[in-house]
Design a protein. Structure first.
Length: 196
């Protein structure tokens, strides 16, 4: 990591692979790592807060961000729009911070092209298809249709794993192992193990 410049870690992988859990666990280990929320038109799930988990926007607000060029990329996934706010990423790098977020693989590769050496993509793979299905089924309000759609999309996402800079396997019952692997990836990029 170049002195004075920040670095961003982008987790990529199917819904239910454990990206959010890994991010929370990493921030607990390294409290100075800053989560970078993205924008979405979907409604908040129970406990989610706008500006913390996502920037929850109306369709009109999302359209305005597109028109203003504020989104580095955006797309529709499972009937809702998601977008990456350029200024959120640029701010982390310019301030010399360490940021982490999760993006769809298409968004992650746009971010990688935009920020190059200042950004590391990490593919998160569930330990098995059964692990993935079990996690999706445990999500609040999950429907069988939504689970089926996410499992189908997972097949598409797995094809892009090798294009990422690194990979973490998040097996059921082995979260500590997956967090340690992510922590190792972060450390490899010159990020200190503890805040000075």
């Amino acid at each position: 990591m170049e002195a004075g410049r920040g670095h961003i870690f982008v987790l990529v992988g199917p819904g239910g692979s454990g990206k959010t859990t890994l991010i929370r666990a990493l921030i607990e280990r390294r409290p100075y790592v800053r989560f970078i929320p993205t924008a979405t038109t979907r409604r908040p799930r129970p406990g989610e807060v706008s500006g913390h988990d996502y920037f929850f926007l109306t369709d009109a607000e999302f359209d305005r961000m597109i028109g203003d060029g504020a989104l580095m990329e955006w797309q529709t996934i499972h009937g809702h729009r998601y977008g990456t706010i350029r200024s959120e990423f640029q701010g982390v790098i310019d301030r010399g911070e360490v940021g982490i977020t999760s993006l769809d693989y298409k968004g992650a590769f746009v971010a990688k092209r935009t920020f190059a050496d200042d950004l590391t993509t990490v593919f998160v793979r569930a330990g098995s298809a059964d692990d993935l299905e079990d996690r999706l089924a445990k999500r609040p309000g999950a429907t069988s249709e939504e689970i089926a759609a996410r499992l189908e999309r997972a097949e598409e996402e797995y094809r892009y794993a090798e294009a990422c800079d690194a990979e973490v396997v998040n097996r059921a019952g082995a979260l500590d192992e997956a967090v340690a692997r992510l922590d190792e990836i972060v450390a490899r990029h010159g990020v200190p193990a503890a805040e000075a």
